[in-house]
Write a protein that binds this ligand. Structure first.
Ligand SMILES: [Zn+2]
Length: 631
């Protein structure tokens, strides 16, 4: 990357809401980022600090104001400003999980979640009581953090406008965007006038409600997040995004803004930095999220790289990596870079049946071989690291690669369990391959817990133990349940917007009129890299299937290219279509096993956001099946 001078604001975020870190680690992290050129630490907190106005968190799930004051004071000695993030609209789960707070939730009384969510995570923006609570709590938090900035979150809020008060406002002519703009404006007034600070918000809701941007004061600082490899291509945060020069728009409207890549991909950091350098942002904020099943160490080399990049140092990736590890050659640098070129498959892929997805794709095969090679290279360098910290990072990367190995193994094992051809395993083999997998998961958990003891001493590891133990047990159970399966429904999906939330349900109808729901939920490509992907759903009724009913609803729409049923005895494929309901396009494509697809649902996400009642509309069709004749 070419030298573009230092940004004024150079921040990195720690997500302490989803996973607490020890105070010792936070101090160590401050030392680390100070040396990397950062001048700002952003603490993503939600309700992690227990105060007089929010006394409900129990032991082990909060920091005290005194602890946070000590962090602020330590950081200030290293010239690092600490900014708190308390999300004041959505992502309020840490507040709203307490029964004493539930009266402030948007989903209360007769209100129904638009997204069919089962947990409460949005404050009602129309209740004066919400504002009273936020004012009290933010005043207490602001007293801990002397920074001139306060970040109020407000990303990913789609579940408002549901309660009776909000509904009345909409009935009387306000739009969702108006309600959002009014809330932001009121919050800004409080933060500016009463707390004397500049307010920062995430910018993604303005993509959903573009008119709201002109209605809020333009001294709100917009935090523009985008985690794509190429930030200049249209993808989406939630709705289908326009290809838009966002930062040019913000400048034109007179806003100050910060660009925010994440540690998921090195290319995201680089392309976002290059794009932003054409404009005049306050600076960059590197967001790190969700480390409840992982540790910070694996991404710290990237944290260092971004910090050096934004400090105006004439630096490339290899130099930054050499700084961190004190060793390395081109093979090592290239391996580390390729490790950060692949977005980590979401670590919560903890349902064994999610590994049932047809043949290994080319993309998976590439990740598999690069993971194996990288693992070997990193192992060689483990002993050459300059200090314990660097060794922790490399070791943490190696443990993450271990998890990838488990996932690849599961892809073949679960496929074998649900194969009904000559590969179909007997019960002894089923028990053998599942217990072998369980042992792999046990060994992995043991490594994680060993790391946990060293990195998160004093913080409960019950969550990670529960998660992996449950996963392991589910894998073991597959030996029995897979043997009972009558067949699988194989669906070839086509999903152009991978950020949408379209639900679908597949019901198989049998010759005697009985039915079985083979699948219901939101299905996406786990690799997030291709619109076309396959799922297989086991079913257990042993009668002959005669048709499949597909229903689809919620946010976005969904393409289905083809489906078929593979049973122990035979194969069934669609021969005709009936009972078409709602918005279904290119219906005939579903009868042909090729890449063309039938589309169920709304095509206009803007319309859905303005009229959420449309999300309840069901789109569906029934496929009559024929039996494939063996040749
Ligand atoms: Zn409301």
């Amino acid at each position: 990357m070419e030298n573009m001078g230092a940004f004024q604001f150079r921040g990195v975020q720690l997500d302490l809401a989803r996973q607490m870190e020890t105070l010792d680690f936070i101090y160590e992290f401050i030392d680390f980022i100070g040396k990397s050129g950062y001048n700002t630490l952003v603490l993503y907190l939600e309700g992690r600090i227990k105060t007089k106005s929010f006394p409900y968190p129990v032991a082990g799930e909060y920091y005290t104001p005194e602890e946070m004051k000590a962090v602020v004071s330590y950081a200030s000695k290293k010239n690092i400003d600490v900014i708190p993030v308390v999300s004041v609209l959505g992502h309020a789960e840490l507040f709203l999980k307490h029964k004493e707070m539930k009266h402030l939730a948007e989903i209360r009384g007769d209100a129904k979640s638009t997204l069919e969510e089962t947990i409460n995570h949005v404050f009602c923006p129309s209740l004066p009581e919400t504002f009273d609570f936020i004012k009290n709590y933010l005043s207490e938090i602001a007293a801990i953090f002397p920074s001139k900035y306060f970040h109020v979150g407000c990303d990913e809020v789609w579940d408002f406008g549901c309660c009776s008060i909000c509904r009345d406002r909409i009935h009387n002519g306000e739009s969702h965007g108006d309600i959002f703009a009014k809330y932001i404006t009121d919050m800004h007034g409080f933060i500016k006038n009463e707390l004397g600070k500049d307010m920062i918000v995430w910018d993604d809701l303005f993509e959903c409600y573009p008119n709201a941007l002109a209605k809020i004061p333009n001294d709100v600082i917009l935090c523009c997040w985008n985690y794509d490899r190429r930030v200049d291509l249209p993808k989406a945060h939630f709705k289908s995004r326009l290809e838009e020069d966002l930062l040019a728009k913000y400048e034109k409207l007179g806003f100050k803004y910060i660009f925010a890549p994440s540690t998921f991909l090195v290319a995201n950091i680089e392309s976002f930095t290059t794009y932003s350098s054409k404009y005049s942002p306050l600076g960059g904020l590197l967001t790190v999220w969700e480390k409840s099943l992982n540790f910070m160490y694996e991404v710290m080399p990237l944290v260092h790289y971004a910090g050096r990049l934004w400090s105006g140092k004439d630096i490339n990736f290899n130099d930054a990596i050499k700084d961190v590890f004190g060793c390395g050659d081109n093979i090592f640098f290239d391996a580390l870079r390729s490790n950060y070129e692949i977005k980590a498959t979401h670590p919560t892929r903890l349902s064994p049946l999610s590994y049932l997805a047809g043949p290994i794709t080319e993309f998976e095969a590439i990740i598999k071989s690069s993971s194996e090679t990288n693992s070997d290279i990193f192992s060689l360098f483990l002993e050459r690291c300059i200090n314990d910290n660097a060794r922790n990072m490399l070791e943490d990367i190696l443990v993450s690669l271990e998890w990838k190995k488990i996932m690849f193994k599961l892809r073949t094992v679960v496929e074998e369990l649900y194969s009904f051809d000559e590969k179909c395993p007997d019960i002894a083999r089923r028990k053998y391959i599942t217990s072998e997998m369980a042992e792999m998961i046990d060994r992995y958990l043991k490594k994680k817990l060993d790391q946990w003891k060293r990195f998160r001493k004093g913080i409960s590891s019950a969550g990670i133990e529960k998660t992996f133990t449950e996963f392991r047990n589910k894998v073991l159970e597959l030996a029995e349940t897979s043997a009972k399966a009558a067949g699988v429904l194989k669906v070839k999906f086509f999903l152009p917007d991978m950020y949408n939330a379209q639900k679908c349900k597949f019901t198989i109808v049998f010759e005697d009129g009985s039915t079985e729901i083979a699948a219901e939920g939101i299905f996406k490509n786990y690799e997030m890299n291709d619109a076309y992907f396959i799922y297989k759903f086991p079913y257990y009724t042993t009668r002959q299937p005669v048709s499949v009913r597909i229903e689809s609803w919620l946010y976005g729409g969904l393409g289905i290219a083809y489906l078929e049923i593979i049973s122990r005895k035979s194969c069934f494929y669609p021969v005709s279509i009936c009972n078409v309901k709602g918005n279904v396009q290119s219906i005939q494509h579903i009868l042909v096993n090729d890449l063309r697809f039938c589309y169920l649902g709304e095509t206009d996400m803007n319309a859905l956001l303005q009229m959420p009642e449309l999300t309840k509309r069901k789109h569906g069709l029934t496929l009559v099946l024929g039996e494939r004749q063996e040749e």
